[in-house]
Write a protein that binds this ligand. Sequence first.
Ligand SMILES: [Ca+2]
Ligand SMILES: [Ca+2]
Length: 158
Amino acid sequence: MFRLKVVSLLIFGVLISHVHLTDAKIYHMAEKGMNWFKASEYCRSIGMRLITINSQEENEELAGFVKQTNKFEADGCSFWLGGSDLGEEGCYTWSGTGRKVTFANWSPGEPNNMNNAEHCLQLVYIPRFNQSWTWNDIECHKTMYFVCEDTGCLEDSQ
Ligand SMILES: [Ca+2]
Ligand SMILES: [Ca+2]
């Protein structure tokens, strides 16, 4: 009986550490491209949210995920990020959490709010322009592929 308890505790310990280790996000690549608003709605409709990025590690993690999907194009591709400055020009927030964008990985010269019309964030991979998973502000009504994320029950809404 005692041995069984020890084994149970060990298994429980392994499970707990496993949960901790996999506290990483769950990603979902949508099959269809949509504008930024529809993309955000779509993610919510499946219980997820349009992607948020709070560190270089998360930026790389997302890039790693995208590369494994059929939406990745080696000569160039881009995807919506969940951030925008729709609420206040120049002040970027994540639509999924309402929090300010604190970490950013801008492409050179971005964000430039071109024609005063660029308010949604885009993740860009264009190797020939040296843009390797960097960010750009772009018009929200463009159609683009996107990734939804789920942060799991242990997450504190980062
Ligand atoms: Ca803007
Ligand atoms: Ca721009």
